[in-house]
Design a protein around this ligand. Structure first.
Ligand code: 5AD
Ligand code: SF4
Length: 476
């Protein structure tokens, strides 16, 4: 198998030169106007996109921009887009439409779109034709060239579009990152996806699976721990195939074990896993590694074997349930979440009953439920889809109601329990002024005199709601 191309260091250094050029330009502007140049970023979609935005923000910071949360104040606006469902795309286009007005008031404003939505040629074309307020468009493969692309946009008199890059993809190391929050950090371990589930656009816009070298991942983890991050999520579209493309004998379980050996008090999470590659070895490793959170996000998408086959998922509902049963046998109290698609083309009432059955039998702590959205270019876009939208909506609502019903006793069971949580922010609750996360990533509103953001604390759960818990710190 071919190894993913790592972007040569001199090319990354060249980007750093562009960061410096823009930095000089911004300093001149600041001297003239007496005000720092400002940048605004917004992320649509998944955690991988959030991690990418943090790289863009890191580059912007190094160019001398001050980050602002008010788009109206910004000199540069970067929207990192998502293509997974149509409503995500519609939201992006709606927001870009609204920016036309701002651009009129402030002609010096630079508007950039990047990420999965614009990596699709038809979307880049649409933006070129119908959204003249957008100055710069770059796809997922061009992320590391952002400094050069922005420089060309700022100094040239033409709009810049770059959605080049082949599907094999590359790995860019050494880009600056601006993380938000003090407790939690994303750590990408691989990029792309090879699974080609028939509904999914991701493999087309993010390219083939490519794993970062374990030493690069470990070095970044050490930096994060040294900087005080305590809750670190390893990211990949399908982390279970980590290492398959490397010239090393290493799989995801081996990587977890290696990272678990890094000194310090921190929690390791990971997402997303694919049931077809999740192995007993992985669950044994999780059970044995003290720093690995006892939390598993394992999307099953549908409880019907017919639908699973047509989705190209590579497992049956029974195999999925057996996996969860094994994971729970190794890790009692494991927090389990999943993704489900309702209304896949041709899903029958009976197929849907299968999904309800898996939900009822498995008992998930959290479910992320989606209505199927047709993505052009994917195989499922050509499948017959006779089910009326009203019927799909009714199924969707039944699923939500069932999940609420199942989650209630699971959440109530936490009352009175003592848990270790990581305090990660302040809340708007007067009585419970902090937010925290359990080992299983459940949200807890917390009270306690000695709580501190970024630190672990022992709390007792006082109340439970459907999607969150309420707890109080224990006396030392
Ligand atoms: N329509 C609806 N949901 C989708 N997902 C991916 N593609 C689609 C689509 N075309 C969901 C899957 C995946 C999650 C990230 O998004 O459930 O696990
Ligand atoms: Fe999409 Fe399937 Fe890859 Fe997930 S595993 S990103 S659903 S193709």
């Amino acid at each position: 198998m071919t190894k993913a191309r790592v972007v040569p260091e001199e090319q990354i250094r060249r980007q750093m030169d562009f960061i410096d050029f823009i930095g000089h330009m911004n300093r001149d502007k600041t001297e003239k106007n007496g005000e720092k140049c400002k940048a605004f970023t917004h992320t649509y979609g998944c955690q991988q996109n959030e991690a990418d935005t943090q790289k863009i923000a890191g580059m912007l910071r190094d160019m001398g921009y001050e980050m602002t949360e008010d788009a109206k104040q910004a000199d540069v606006i970067v929207l990192n887009t998502c293509a997974v469902r149509e409503n995500a795309e519609n939201r992006v286009l709606g927001n870009v439409g609204a920016l036309a007005h701002l651009k009129k008031q402030k002609p010096g404003l630079t508007i950039a779109l990047c990420g999965c939505m614009v990596q699709q040629e038809h979307m880049a074309e649409k933006v070129k034709k119908s959204y003249p307020q957008v100055d710069l468009v770059f796809g997922t493969h061009a992320l590391w060239r952002f400094p050069e692309l922005l420089y060309r946009t700022l100094t040239g008199d033409r709009r810049v579009f770059d959605i080049s890059g082949d599907a094999e993809g590359e790995i860019a190391e050494g880009l600056p990152v601006l993380r938000d929050g003090k407790a939690h950090a994303w750590l990408s371990i691989m990029y792309g996806c090879n699974n080609f589930c028939t509904y999914c656009i991701v493999p087309y816009v993010r390219g083939r699976e490519r794993s970062r070298r374990p030493e690069a991942i470990e070095a970044e983890l050490r930096e994060l721990v040294a900087a005080g991050y305590r809750d670190i999520t390893l990211l990949g579209q399908n982390v279970n195939s980590y290492g398959k493309d490397l010239d090393l004998e290493i799989d995801f379980s081996d990587l977890l074990r290696r990272l678990n050996g890094v000194e310090g008090d921190f929690l390791l999470r990971f997402m997303t896993s694919h049931p077809k590659d999740a192995s007993h070895k992985l669950f044994d490793t999780m059970a044995q590694c003290g720093k690995v959170a006892k939390q598993l996000h394992l999307p099953f998408q549908s409880g019907s074997d017919t639908v699973l086959r047509r989705m190209n998922r590579g497992y049956t509902a029974e195999q999925y349930q057996a996996l969860i049963a094994y994971a729970r046998s190794r890790m009692p109290g494991l927090v389990v979440s999943s993704d489900i698609i309702v209304g896949f083309p041709g899903e029958t009432a009976e197929d849907f009953e299968g999904t309800l059955r898996v939900v009822r039998d498995t008992g998930f702590d959290m479910l992320y439920t989606f209505q199927y959205s047709k993505r052009s270019g994917t195989p499922a876009a050509d499948y017959d889809d006779p089910t009326p939208q009203a019927e799909k909506q009714a199924r969707f609502e039944r699923l939500l109601a069932l999940q609420d019903q199942c989650a209630e006793p699971r959440m109530l069971a936490y009352q009175g329990k003592r848990l270790r949580v990581l305090v990660d922010g302040e809340s708007r609750h007067a009585e419970y002024p902090y937010t925290a996360r359990t080992d299983g990533n459940l949200l807890v509103y917390c009270a306690g005199e000695r709580l501190k953001v970024g630190e672990f604390a022992d709390i007792v759960i006082e109340k439970a709601a459907l999607r969150s818990l309420y707890g109080r710190q224990q006396e030392a």
